[in-house]
Design a protein around this ligand. Structure first.
Ligand code: NAD
Length: 435
């Protein structure tokens, strides 16, 4: 009996799954999925179906480097699920990517799309490379060959990539062009997060940070906190963190600390976020040597006495080692997977309201959906319209997740999984199994 050995069976027989502090990201996703599956009383067949990626593509990418030598790179594209629609998800370029990470990120995309109610499945891509050590020409050749290798995978009705860590609008433009050259027609809806000149949406760049702001304000309301009286610390000052910091400051919050790879910067009277954003623009994208704040470590930033903590850098930042020291009342997960399952338990015991990644950072895919809709209509919206619809959808998603978590007396993370897995399972039930 194969089911006897799997995690779902452990859940059915009430054997607690081992709580981990690792994380293998895919295992971490599965642990949360298991709890949701148990609450939903998902049948074992559905469990296996929904946890298993539909397709995994691994591709070898030869690139002629600037020195004339050929270098081989390994690329991935994981389609986790297409039940609700074409699959959607970013592409990551980084030296330490592995398949389990891409599988987890693809699954999280499935759940995110279901939570905010956009008609997409989940996917994610990655290439093992160090973009900081590559010239623009090398990156372009890598991107075009990766796209050409996956030409039958991508498509506006099949699988739609977007930017993620170390990929950007320019890289999306190269994917669009390569795909269009192969299909012999200009297909703007094949990627999102592209330049506005090529059919990108206004507001896409800020969308994830804006969504973080939306759900943070909603959480403050639940806790009867007034934005004007709240202090905030933000880990990671890239796309998500800098926009979240700026917008929360605009809402009246006092952002007292931000950080990046060079460490943390603290000012009890509040940081000037616009000035910090100008600073990184003129300082190769980092906060290094910023003098108008006290220099603190990233570890110190996480445990500051603030109302809101926004982890917006990378995975596994809040673990069993520091979760007990966290003093924030709200954690809004801008990053994917910043909190381990062990840390979740500690935060729950301590009454910290964690707005989980699959809800908190879903603003990006929501505006990606708007972009795809606009490309297909050939009619583009104003920034005001994009932001208004985003705010409305993020707020509704927060309320839905909050209600489910209250109903089942679980954390918002488990509530988010219950909502998402339940929606995808309902759609699967209606579609049935094609034989
Ligand atoms: P980014 O590359 O623009 O910024 C990352 C920031 O984190 C940089 O400031 C970097 O210096 C900092 N950082 C890296 N390691 C750090 C460390 N150890 N301590 C402190 N800071 C560190 O990336 P991004 O697009 O802002 O993405 C950040 C996170 O948000 C990732 O987990 C990503 O998957 C997730 N996310 C991004 C989007 C999006 O639309 N960009 C959407 C959903 C989720």
């Amino acid at each position: 009996m194969p089911f006897k050995r799997n995690v779902y069976e452990r859940a059915i027989y009430k054997e607690p799954a081992p709580i981990r502090d690792h994380e293998n990201p895919f295992e971490s996703m599965k642990e949360r999925f298991d709890v949701a599956a148990r609450i939903l009383e998902l049948n074992p067949g559905f469990y296996e179906y929904l946890v298993t990626p539909t397709r995994i593509h691994i591709t070898a990418i030869p690139v002629v480097m600037d020195n004339g030598l050929i270098k081989m790179f390994e690329g991935y594209r994981v389609i986790h699920n297409e039940i609700l629609g074409p699959s959607k998800g970013g592409i990551r370029y980084a030296p330490d990517i592995n398949l389990d990470e891409v599988k987890a990120l693809a699954a999280w995309m499935t759940w995110k799309c279901a939570i905010v109610g956009v008609p997409f499945g989940g996917a994610k891509g990655g290439v093992i490379c160090n973009p900081r050590e590559m010239s623009e020409g090398e990156l372009e050749r890598l991107t075009r060959r990766y796209t050409a290798n996956l030409i039958d995978v991508f498509g506006p009705d099949k699988d739609i990539p977007a930017p993620d860590m170390n990929t950007n609008a320019q890289i999306m433009a190269w994917i669009l062009d390569t795909y269009s050259m192969h299909t012999r027609n200009t297909s703007t809806a094949v990627v999102t997060g592209k330049p506005t000149e090529l059919g990108g949406s206004l507001g896409r760049v800020e969308a994830t940070g804006r969504g973080v702001m939306d759900v943070t304000l909603a959480a403050m309301e639940q806790l009867n906190l007034n934005a004007n009286e709240c202090t905030v610390a933000v880990q990671g000052f890239g796309n998500v963190g800098s926009v979240a910091a700026k917008l929360l400051a605009q809402q009246g919050c006092k952002v007292v600390a931000v950080s990046d790879v060079t460490g943390g910067y603290y000012n009890a009277n509040g940081l000037d976020i616009d000035q910090l954003i100008s600073y990184i623009r003129s300082n190769k994208g980092t906060l290094e040597n910023y003098t108008e704040a006290e220099h603190i470590s990233n570890e110190e930033l996480l445990t500051l006495d603030v109302d809101v903590l926004v982890p917006a850098a990378k995975e596994d930042q809040i673990t069993s080692k520091n979760a007990g020291d966290i003093r924030a009342k709200i954690i809004a997960e801008g990053a994917n997977g910043p909190t381990t399952t062990r840390a979740d338990e500690i935060l729950k015991e301590n009454g910290v309201l964690v707005i989980p990644d699959i809800l908190a950072n879903a603003g990006g895919v929501t505006v990606s959906y708007f972009e795809w809709v606009q490309d297909r209509m050939g009619y583009f919206w104003t920034l005001e319209r994009v932001n208004k619809r985003l705010d409305r959808m993020m707020r509704a998603a927060f309320d839905d997740v909050y209600a489910v978590s209250r109903k089942h007396d679980v954390t918002m993370r488990i509530g988010a999984y219950v909502l998402a897995v339940g929606k995808v399972a309902d759609a699967l039930r209606m579609r049935g199994i094609y034989a």
